[in-house]
Design a protein around this ligand. Sequence first.
Ligand code: HEC
Length: 200
Amino acid sequence: MKNVFLFAGLLLIGAYVISCKPEATEASTAGDAVASSGMTKEDSIKRGEYLSLIMGCNDCHTPKVMTDKGPAPDMNRLLSGHPADEALPAITDKKMIGPGQWVLFTLGQTSATGPWGTSFSANLTPDDTGLGAWTFQNFEEAIRHGKFKGIDGGRMIMPPMPWQNYAAINDEDLQNLWAYLRSIKPVKNVVPAYIPPSQG
Ligand code: HEC
């Protein structure tokens, strides 16, 4: 009888050791696994890529190329924001963009003009001209509280960036989205500064 208990005890210890082992190996090979979920870095990036796609980040943050199916995201400039060398077409009748009037987008949807002024989608790549120097905390501040540059006390992020919708994202997916943005190709592109309505 005693032996049976001893055997069961050993089995339990064995099971514990085995169940812990893969996790420990995974964490050490994956570098920094996502803290809150225990996901591998690779899975976190994959999930982030999926989120970026379905949350529509490319719509505004990726310049477009013309294809036979119409404008499509330019994968060479993925999420690199409004191209520095893309001048905006002149707005010939300023009355069209006042309050209660029209909102105008450039064809690539990387810039928009409306009652708030003219905004240019940001470079989200890990280049120095993008989010290279950002921490996860900056990203969280921007997405959850709409703070430009991710700085508490900074100006509010302008339309059409729909941060108010994204603010509801859960912590784990915010980390996954961030992991993905850190993994994409850095693209050098200094996005023009926001133009307030008084200067437009
Ligand atoms: C409808 C257009 C649109 C969509 C969709 C959009 N953005 Fe933006 N985003 C913008 C614009 C325009 C700005 C710059 C606004 C400004 O200058 O105040 C911006 C700014 C940002 C900033 C702040 C950059 C900085 O330097 O402070 C971050 C971060 C950001 N977007 C991330 C995202 C992510 C991640 C997604 C997808 C989940 C996304 N955006 C989807 C238009 C968009």
